[in-house]
Design a protein around this ligand. Structure first.
Ligand SMILES: C[S@@+](CC[C@H](N)C(=O)[O-])C[C@H]1O[C@@H](n2cnc3c(N)ncnc32)[C@H](O)[C@@H]1O
Length: 240
């Protein structure tokens, strides 16, 4: 998938969300999962934290960190980052970057993190090699400071049902959306066991795993509420 087309896809989604809401915030569910696990990842010293795929409002606007900590929010959509910089509190340093460029970025390549939060980006990585690269990068960046990775992602828990302009490929677990003449791979929706396998292969260890029964993530950005056929949620707390 051409990266520019993917950026365009997220840009369009952002424009729609700005049109439908004057006050964009982070995922309440992700914030709750991060808060629940605070006693494990919290350090009594300034921390360096980053949210990958932070969108226009990073979780670190709401998630408290020890005093003098540094919080970064990274997303490759320039409009979201501009919104984050202009509208938010100054607590978070927003950077417009592709997460796959972090490894060689002049600033970030030297930084080890205490906490990395996946801003619901993992389930947007529809290429298996990219997911492997992503998880290995996270593991590497947490090793030095024995940090934690907070991840919440889509999984198939019950029968999946999608609108007519979606196509779910059962073998690769990829959801395609028809946009104009193109079928764009938009989400990775594995079974929970497949996520656990991918995570373990990357060298990350599972400190906590939950797949709460009946919980749903909206798979179609045109809806505001979840329906029975939507994917379920896997919640993980990982360490290197
Ligand atoms: C499902 S959205 C979640 C946004 C926000 N964190 C939330 O929870 O509402 C995934 C975000 O990841 C960003 N994204 C996708 N691929 C990316 C990449 N390779 N590098 C940086 N950001 C990426 C998208 O622009 C989008 O903002």
């Amino acid at each position: 998938m051409d990266i520019e087309k993917l950026k365009h896809y997220y840009h369009q989604a952002f424009i729609k969300s700005v049109e439908s809401s004057s006050n964009l915030i982070c995922s309440e569910s992700l914030l709750e999962w991060a808060t629940t696990n605070r006693s494990l990842w919290w350090k009594n010293a300034p921390m360096i934290a980053i949210e990958l795929g932070c969108g226009p409002y990073s979780i670190f606007e709401k998630l408290a960190l020890p005093e003098q900590s540094l919080a970064f929010g990274v997303d490759f959509c320039d409009a979201m980052i501009e919104y984050g910089c202009q509208r938010n509190s100054g607590k978070v340093e927003y950077q417009c970057l592709d997460v796959f460029d972090l490894e060689t970025h002049r600033h970030f390549e030297k930084i080890d993190f205490d906490l990395i939060v996946d801003g619901h980006l993992f389930h947007c990585l529809t290429d298996q090699q990219m997911r492997e690269k992503y998880l290995s990068f996270v593991a590497e960046k947490l090793k030095g400071k024995k940090g934690y990775f907070i991840l919440e992602c889509m999984v198939e828990t019950d029968d999946l049902v999608f609108a007519d302009d979606f196509l779910f490929l059962d073998d690769t677990r990829i959801l395609l959306q028809q946009i104009g003449k193109e079928a764009v791979p938009v989400r990775y929706i594995p079974k929970a066991a497949q996520v656990l396998e991918e995570v373990e292969r990357s060298g990350l260890k599972i400190a906590k795993f939950l797949c709460p029964s009946g919980w749903k993530i909206i798979s179609d950005g045109r809806r505001q509420t979840a329906i029975d056929g939507d994917p379920g949620v896997a919640r993980l707390l990982l360490s290197p």
